[in-house]
Design a protein around this ligand. Structure first.
Ligand SMILES: O=C(O)COP(=O)(O)O
Ligand SMILES: [Mg+2]
Length: 236
C-alpha cells in the first residue's frame, strides 16, 4: 500500500514512485527477523535472577528498537530506574544469556528471503542497518544464512551514532557513492522513519514489526508493506 500523501511529499523533494533504490537498507529486528521472543527471554532471565517478576511479551516488544541496553534499562525500570552500574551488571547477564539463546525462537518473517533473492538478482546493493549490537547481529545473520545478501552491515555500535540519527543511512549511501535519494530504508519503527527523514531518504515500513501500539501508517512512511514481497511493487 503506497501512502499517497507522503508520496506527494516525496515528489515535492524530487523523488518519484516507483523508487530507483540502487541501495536498499533493511532494518533487522521486527523487519527481517521476529526476534522478540528471544529478546524477551533474555530480559526476563535477568529480571528473574534479580528476584523480579518477568515482563509480559507485548511489554517487552514495546521496548525493542533502541538497542539491547535500552531494552534492558526499560525492563528494569518497570520496577525502578536502574543506576548505570546496575545496568552494566544486568547487561552482563543479558549478553551471556542472549548470546547462547539468540535463535531459540526467533524466525525470519514470511517473504523476506524471497525478496532478498529478487533484490540481489536485480543487482541492488543490500545493507543491513540495525540498532542491535554487532556481537549479536553478525552471528544472527550468519546462522540464518542471511549474511551473504548484505555487502555492508551496520550495527548499533558500528558508528558513533545509531538510528534515529541519520548517520548510518548517510554512511551507507556514501559507501556506495549513491545519492541519498537513490537509496531506500525499509524498517518497522519510528527510529527508522526519523532517521530516513533526517537523511532525506525514502522509507517504507513493514506493518508486522515493533512500533509499540502505534500503527506504522501514523509514521507517514512512503509505503506500508504487509509482507516484504510488496517491496518489489514499489521499486523501478
Ligand atoms: O536492537 C534493537 O533494539 C532493535 O534493532 P533494529 O534497529 O534492528 O530494530
Ligand atoms: Mg526494527
Amino acid at each position: 500500500m503506497v501512502n499517497q500523501e507522503s508520496s506527494a511529499a516525496l515528489e515535492a523533494q524530487g523523488f518519484a514512485l516507483p523508487l530507483s533504490a540502487r541501495v536498499v537498507l533493511i532494518d533487522l529486528d521486527g523487519t527481517l527477523v521476529d526476534t522478540a521472543p528471544d529478546l524477551a527471554a533474555a530480559a526476563n532471565h535477568v529480571l528473574r535472577s534479580l528476584g523480579r517478576e518477568p515482563a509480559a511479551m507485548p511489554t517487552i516488544r514495546g521496548f525493542i528498537g533502541n538497542g539491547v541496553r535500552e531494552l534492558m534499562r526499560r525492563a528494569l525500570a518497570i520496577t525502578a530506574e536502574p543506576s548505570e552500574a546496575d545496568l552494566d551488571a544486568a547487561m552482563q547477564g543479558f549478553s551471556a544469556y542472549y548470546g547462547e539463546h539468540l535463535l531459540d525462537h526467533s524466525q525470519i518473517y514470511p517473504g523476506v528471503r524471497e525478496t532478498l533473492d529478487a533484490l540481489q538478482l536485480q543487482g541492488r546493493e543490500l545493507v543491513c542497518i540495525t540498532n542491535k549490537a554487532g556481537a549479536f547481529t553478525e552471528p544472527m545473520l550468519e546462522r540464518l544464512s542471511l549474511r551473504g545478501y548484505f555487502s555492508l552491515v551496520l550495527s548499533g555500535d558500528s558508528l558513533p551514532r545509531k538510528k534515529p540519527d541519520p548517520l548510518p543511512l548517510l554512511h551507507a549511501a556514501a559507501h556506495f557513492h549513491q545519492a541519498v535519494a537513490d537509496c531506500l530504508l525499509v524498517g518497522d519503527s519510528c527510529n527508522d522513519t526519523q532517521a530516513a527523514r533526517a537523511a532525506g531518504m525514502p522509507v517504507a515500513c513493514v506493518s508486522y514489526g515493533y512500533n509499540g501500539d502505534e500503527p506504522v501508517h501514523c509514521l507517514r512512511p512512503d509505503a506500508v508493506l504487509d509482507n516484504m514481497l510488496e517491496l518489489l511493487n514499489i521499486l523501478a
